[in-house]
Design a protein. Structure first.
Length: 345
């Protein structure tokens, strides 16, 4: 045999070894088998509820509340009040970082923890945690039609009844325009999708110059709040995705521009179904005067009926239904105005 053939043969024979080493020596590239199996089950064993079932009185659609936390749920008593009396219209799922000793607040939160893993800022772990929550909720109950991601610092600004009607009114209004080919109601996901952020270029290249190519072109790269409410169709899109995750799971080289969870979901959904998203989040946050990546943290002194009313008002046609961030000490003054202000429609 001539030497070019030998060289080619040697190259071909070495491929399995190259494959083996890239799979085993670079932990960030290795697939996480627990997650893959969960995501696979969530997208194959559940079916999207059709018009006939959600339309039926005994099977009303539900909202899945996805709590993403690495501390105790300080505002559990306020949420408990929020949920009370609406048992058949919601489900709760909690992802708590197992390295922090989070205890169950009991009540509606009893037994609602899902198998969880470490979460850290400036890493893709918050994306994984969110996808785990969405997949668990998809699998658990086919009536989960909206998936609302909240953190331990989020509080409700309105009653459950209001939130429920608000989310599903579009769905009910669109009953008439139900399209059989789609199999879904025309109800939108509430996720912020922005393309005009001044740090977008740095954030796009946080994993290295043009590393996101070819899956994510800069013109497709988006930013938005980490907190959103997705419809079931988009929840499926998120759990099914492999293409974008391949890039977003790569570690950042520039940790100062590394906020994977603020980019992955808005980018994916704006690529997949921009018209199915409002581009607006229903969770209010106050960035005024903040520069360190942490929004304004409301203190007990700031909590008042006026603040709650102010936080509901937005510049768009939507109202804010939730707000963050509140210091743990804010619980007492929030509980004081819960019945008369927050949960009074
Ligand atoms: C949560 O609360 C429990 C007891 O109420 C406490 O032992 C634990 O340290 C707290 N965990 C965190 C992360 O604050
Ligand atoms: C937003 O936060 C700033 C301080 O950072 C505060 O002065 C302002 O009142 C807050 N706005 C609202 C609407 O709460
Ligand atoms: C609405 O827009 C004004 C002007 O741009 C801005 O000052 C204000 O903070 C915005 N309010 C909210 C709730 O985003």
């Amino acid at each position: 045999m001539s030497s070019p053939i030998l060289v080619s043969l040697a190259l071909i024979l070495s491929l399995p070894f190259v494959f083996f080493f890239t799979q085993h020596l670079l932990p960030q590239f290795s697939p996480d088998s627990d997650d893959l199996s969960l995501f696979h089950r969530a997208t194959t064993t559940t079916t999207t509820t059709t018009a006939h079932t959600t339309n039926h009185l005994s099977t009303k659609p539900k909202i899945a509340f996805l709590f993403l936390t690495n501390t105790n749920l300080t505002f559990a008593p306020l949420w408990e009040k929020f949920f009370t009396g609406n048992n058949h219209l919601f489900n709760i799922y909690i992802h708590a970082d197992p390295t922090s000793s989070v205890v169950s607040p009991g009540g509606v939160f009893h037994n609602r923890f899902i198998p969880s893993k470490l979460t850290q800022r400036a890493s893709p772990t918050l994306i994984s945690a969110t996808r785990r929550l969405i997949a668990s909720a998809l699998l658990d109950d086919p009536l989960n039609q909206y998936f609302a991601l909240v953190s331990q610092h989020c509080v409700p600004l309105l009653s459950f009844r209001f939130v429920y009607k608000y989310l599903f009114k579009n769905q009910l209004l669109s009953l008439a325009s139900f399209t059989a080919n789609d199999g879904n109601f025309l109800y939108p996901s509430f996720i912020e999708i922005l393309s005009d952020d001044q740090n977008l270029n740095e954030r796009y290249n946080a994993r290295g110059e043009n590393v996101m190519l070819p899956e994510v072109r800069f013109e497709d790269f988006r930013v938005g709040s980490q907190f959103f409410i997705l419809n079931r169709k988009h929840a499926m899109v998120v759990v099914r995705d492999k293409k974008l995750w391949k890039k977003f799971r790569l570690p950042c080289i520039n940790v100062y521009s590394c906020y994977p969870e603020e980019h992955y979901f808005p980018t994916l959904l704006s690529m997949e179904d921009p018209n199915g998203c409002t581009g607006f989040t229903l969770t209010r946050v106050n960035w005024t005067g903040c520069w360190d990546g942490h929004p304004h943290l409301y203190t007990p002194e700031e909590v008042s009926p006026e603040l709650v009313r102010q936080l509901r008002v937005s510049n768009s046609s939507y109202s804010y239904l939730f707000a963050r961030k509140f210091s743990p000490e804010s619980l007492a003054p929030l509980m004081d105005i819960a019945d008369d202000v927050i949960f009074r429609d």
